[in-house]
Write a protein that binds this ligand. Structure first.
Ligand code: NAP
Length: 251
């Protein structure tokens, strides 16, 4: 499918895992995609891989908490002709544990990267998105934002905040024709979820909570993002879409 020909997309934290799969899928659908992450060698490797697949991608270093890095991201989009799609995907979890045991420094880091950077990226993207005929803002939350994981306490709360940011921004940007949605993945096999899936016992415990009885693949998430980014998703806004194999997702 080539639903995104002529569109320009920025995907943060897109040199590995879910972000990489999203960048790859948007590019396969015809978009020009700007990929980024903190480490230059990861950016170069990802750009190289996608270019070899014949995809139209550019890459640059962007730590999402760094204002200068974010500015460079949007400058690059401007140079390519504008911005139609922003996928805010970066997140960290520096500490494992229950929510009220989280240190203040980890709390600040989690909220800085997972929530504040998503807010700032969205805010900074709006002037460009307003010039697009089909502006799309997509946040990547987590099933943990609906149903907190006890070992990912503060991280879960940060992901719940994105559900609210989605609703609020969708209302604000609807008059400009920009849709704002959020995708909440379940347990997807990436480096980030290694602790939840690598040992036999952790895997069995994870699978016991997934009605479809399999861990998610990064492509399970990228397809949903591509739908939201395309004209097929044009009438969907303010939604938090769970991609979690049936895991419990009531707030
Ligand atoms: P991952 O495989 O560990 O990949 C992380 C990517 O983020 C890498 O490209 C990394 O590259 C980049 N990155 C990390 N910190 C960054 C920062 N501050 N600024 C810019 N880039 C940064 O992670 P993932 O599993 O794909 O997770 C992606 C998103 O999905 C996150 O928002 C996560 O919360 C969410 N999610 C994941 C799962 C899951 O089970 N995997 C479930 C629910 C939600 P560098 O090291 O070069 O920066």
């Amino acid at each position: 499918m080539k639903r995104l020909c002529g569109r320009i997309a920025v995907v943060t934290a897109s040199t590995d895992g879910i972000g990489f799969a999203i960048a790859q899928r948007l590019a396969q659908e015809g978009a020009k995609v700007i990929i980024s992450s903190r480490k230059e060698k990861n950016v170069n490797k990802a750009v190289d891989k996608l270019c070899k697949e014949g995809l139209d991608v550019k890459g640059l270093v962007c730590h999402v908490s760094n204002a200068t890095d974010r500015e460079k991201l949007f400058d690059q989009a401007h140079k390519l002709g504008g911005l139609d799609i922003l996928v805010s995907n970066a997140a960290v979890n520096p500490e494992v544990g229950d929510v009220l045991d989280c240190s203040e420094s980890s709390w600040d880091k989690i909220f800085d990267v997972n929530v504040k950077s998503s807010f700032l990226l969205a805010k900074e993207a709006v002037p460009l998105l307003k010039q697009s005929k089909s502006g799309r803002l997509i946040f990547i939350s987590s099933i943990a934002g609906f149903q907190p994981f006890n070992l990912l306490g503060a991280y879960s709360v940060s992901k719940t905040a994105l559900l609210g940011l989605t609703k609020a921004a969708a209302l604000q940007l609807a008059p400009d024709g920009i849709t704002v949605n959020c995708v909440a993945p379940g347990i997807i096999q990436t480096k980030f979820s290694d602790a939840l899936t690598s040992s036999e016992s952790a895997r069995t415990e994870a699978l016991s909570r997934i009605p479809l009885n399999r861990l998610g693949d990064t492509n399970d998430v990228s397809g949903v993002v591509a739908f939201l980014a395309s004209n097929d998703g044009a009438y969907v806004t303010g939604e938090n879409i769970v991609v979690a194999g049936g895991m419990a997702s009531r707030l």
